[in-house]
Design a protein around this ligand. Structure first.
Ligand SMILES: Cc1ncc(COP(=O)(O)O)c(C=O)c1O
Length: 378
């Protein structure tokens, strides 16, 4: 059996992106975001490669389940792992998982901090605090900083393992966006408050892909937290592209194959809801559909094969999708050929996301388990 639709994950490109990031932020350590199954690329193989080959020793997950599977599947390797959003500390049975597996919950409110400080088993456990400097999602309130300092001192915890914040607008200009500048300033003030109060900050980080790409908002921190850029795409908006320094290589290539082709004339109805062909041409039926995470919203996107441009026509089915090519392509689009959707030889990922009104993050994370991830080192 062959994998017909598959996501080829080129680990050499991951290495290229990592090396680029190291150049952009030569004094920073990397906490690699591998949440959502490594942005859809397969968290375990990607993190294994990053840890063994790239010497990345810190990983970021979204949920306790993700972090646990990282620990269990990579139990031969040593690294730090953080849970950023769904930490579930209110379920006290999770304490054991955090403690025994040394998974670090990112604390974003005072009651979570109190729980850690007042539970004797966490006495020597690393404390990681996340501050809301303007993202307005999760994060400790800056107004409560004195309370946090008092709590830490009262419990004789004079060192924070990692102090974190997160940029909301890093895909905008870091230099001229006022919100970005205000977040940088607020985080500096927070750090100073802790230091002035005699609390040691072992690690600090705020930068995600957009700010790393612009080399802005990272220098005073020990760490950066790249996600998307590790997988290749830029996260910058088109109008700030010129402020970016990152030349990433796309790690993934989404391939399927052509089940069947047939010639059509203008008006020939195709698939569910009988979408009419715009002119004479040829249809290629692809072996991929929304059952693979290839969304019906992608209808209309331009796709390429053997040098011909076509577009996804009509409604995507659960297991199939149809591409219309103009009549010049007749005889050049054949059944059983491999068809590249995005990646080398296919549609550029940013073009794909623009035309489908999505973002590369979402394209990657949408792919379902029916698409096997195949790892290459070429
Ligand atoms: C807290 C945190 N840090 C870093 C990142 C990485 O962001 P990006 O993928 O834009 O680099 C994320 C991603 O959502 C995040 O939630």
């Amino acid at each position: 059996m062959k994998f017909r639709s598959r996501l080829i994950v080129n680990l050499n490109n991951l290495k290229h992106n990592f090396e680029q990031i190291k150049k952009l932020a030569s004094n920073s350590n990397i906490l690699f975001m591998v949440k959502a199954d490594g942005y859809g690329h397969g968290m375990i193989p990607v993190a294994r490669y990053a840890c063994t080959e790239l010497k990345v020793k810190e990983f970021g997950c979204a949920t306790i389940q993700e972090a646990l599977s990282l620990r269990e599947e990579l139990n031969d390797l040593s690294f730090d792992v953080y849970v950023f959003s769904d930490i579930q500390l209110e379920l006290h049975e999770n304490a054991d998982i955090y403690l025994k597996k040394r998974i670090i919950p990112v604390i974003s409110n005072v009651s979570e901090l109190e729980y850690i400080l007042h539970t004797p088993e966490f006495r020597n456990f690393p404390i990681c605090l996340k501050y809301n400097t303007g993202m307005n999602r999760l994060g400790l309130n800056v107004a409560e900083i004195d309370k946090v300092i008092a709590l830490l001192k009262a419990n004789n915890r004079l060192s924070i393992h990692h102090l974190i914040s997160h940029f909301a607008n890093a895909s905008y200009s870091m230099k001229s966006d006022e919100h970005n500048q205000s977040q940088i300033k607020k985080f500096e003030e927070i750090k100073k408050k802790f230091i002035d109060a005699g609390i040691n900050l072992e690690r600090t980080s705020q930068a995600n892909s957009g700010s790393i790409e612009q080399k802005n908002g990272l220098v005073t921190d020990t760490h950066i937290r790249p996600g998307l850029m590790m997988y290749g795409p830029s996260s910058l908006n088109d109008d700030v592209k010129t402020e970016g320094f990152f030349q990433g290589k796309l790690v993934s290539k989404l391939e399927t194959y052509i089940l069947r082709t047939f010639e059509v004339t203008k008006g020939t109805p195709v698939g569910y809801n009988s979408t009419p062909c715009p002119e004479d041409g040829v249809i290629a039926i692809l072996a991929i559909g929304y059952g693979d995470g290839f969304s019906n919203r992608y209808s209309g996107v331009r796709l390429y094969h053997n040098g011909y441009e076509g577009f996804l026509i009509g409604r995507v089915s659960m297991d199939m999708a149809h591409v219309f090519f103009p009549k010049e392509a007749i005889g050049h689009i054949k059944a059983h050929e491999v068809f590249t959707i995005w990646g080398e030889g296919g549609t550029d990922i940013r073009q794909f996301s623009k035309e489908t009104k999505t973002i590369p993050y979402e394209l990657f994370c949408s792919l379902l388990p029916r698409i096997p991830r195949v790892y290459r080192l070429d």
